[in-house]
Design a protein around this ligand. Structure first.
Ligand SMILES: Nc1nc2c(ncn2[C@@H]2O[C@H](COP(=O)(O)OP(=O)(O)O)[C@@H](O)[C@H]2O)c(=O)[nH]1
Ligand SMILES: [Mg+2]
Length: 298
């Protein structure tokens, strides 16, 4: 799968994030809890470069809670606080804000010890498209959100949204396109809904989704569509097509329609709470990379 992310545009966005990050105390890195590896651009690490960071595992309502716990532990081991949230309902968003305050305690303490006025902590949200940045901004801002107006040194037109007495949010999130290095990553992003269906082969994506589900959540798939176990993915699509009446002339199954149903139901969480990536995958991935590097240097 080749997707072009316009290198020129990428550079501009990166520069902008870097400039805007200078204005904030802490960055909230938003990820999709169902695909925490694929839904982040590793370049964020370089961009954040020592900046305080809190991870928000968004769409946790759709993710497997057991896997989400593994991700929280994974980040805790790296000394990074990760909080599962739901940007639509606002679940755990207060916990996220509390965590940010803890993260910035040194700034507040310093101001107090120097007898300075405590200024609000400034935060910014970063993440790939469709991970839920706008939803989180809206949820954090809430009904009472007051835009605090332009401040010196802030890109013209950019504003701070007052979340509460202690925290201000930069109104523009930092967007970085995913760095798609392998087909499976693109496929998982597509399954999650991060990539527009118009530029995808939905049948292909649904076929891969079936394979992923057979591997990790077979019951979710078999139960939802009342399927016999251990049948081939193509036969699964065929059966779902017949059961759902996705037929074309001559009683042929309309695979594209089946694919859309599968993707739609997965994205809405109708098959259950499903996570397609666990920290173990990351360990395996880095082992592969290490092996690649070793073989290159030989
Ligand atoms: N189920 C669920 N959907 C979410 C959540 N957060 C965002 N969404 C949905 O994800 C899609 C993309 O969200 P949006 O805020 O526009 O993402 P942005 O591109 O990062 O600004 C929208 O359809 C949202 O309704 C969440 O926590 N749970
Ligand atoms: Mg948005």
């Amino acid at each position: 799968m080749s997707i072009n992310w316009y290198p020129g545009h990428m550079k501009k966005t990166k520069d902008l994030i870097q400039a805007n990050l200078k204005l904030v105390d802490v960055a909230i890195e938003l990820m999709d809890a169902r695909i925490p590896i694929s839904s982040r651009n590793p370049q964020f690490d370089a961009l954040l470069n020592g900046k305080k960071r809190v991870v928000a595992l968004n769409k946790s309502d759709l993710a497997d809670p057991a896997k989400t716990r593994l991700w929280v532990e994974y980040y805790a081991e790296k000394g990074i606080k990760a909080i599962p949230i739901n940007s639509l309902t606002g679940q755990n968003v207060n916990q996220l804000l509390a965590e940010i305050k803890i993260e910035c305690k040194d700034i507040t303490d310093k101001a107090i010890s120097q007898g300075r006025l405590i200024r609000p902590i400034r935060i910014m949200i970063v993440g790939i498209p469709n991970v839920g940045k706008s939803s989180l901004i809206n949820k954090m801002a809430g009904r009472n959100a007051a835009v605090t107006g332009n401040k010196p040194g802030v890109t013209k037109g950019k504003q701070w949204i007052r979340i509460n007495k202690e925290i201000e949010l930069f109104d523009t999130p930092g967007i970085l396109w995913p760095k798609i290095e392998e087909d499976m990553q693109g496929i998982k992003l597509a399954c999650s809904g991060a990539i527009k269906d118009e530029i995808l082969n939905v049948e292909d994506i649904a076929f891969h989704l079936i394979n992923l589900l057979i591997g990790a959540y077979p019951e979710a798939l078999y139960d939802r569509y009342k399927l016999e176990e251990k049948i081939e993915p193509v036969v699964i699509m065929e059966e779902i097509g017949r059961k759902r009446g996705c037929l074309m002339r001559g009683n042929e199954v309309d695979y594209e329609k089946v694919a859309r149903i599968l993707l739609d139901e997965f994205r809405k969480g109708i098959m259950g709470k499903i996570t397609l990536e666990s920290p173990l995958d990351l360990a395996l991935k880095s082992e592969e990379e290490l092996a690649d590097e070793t073989s290159e240097s030989l």
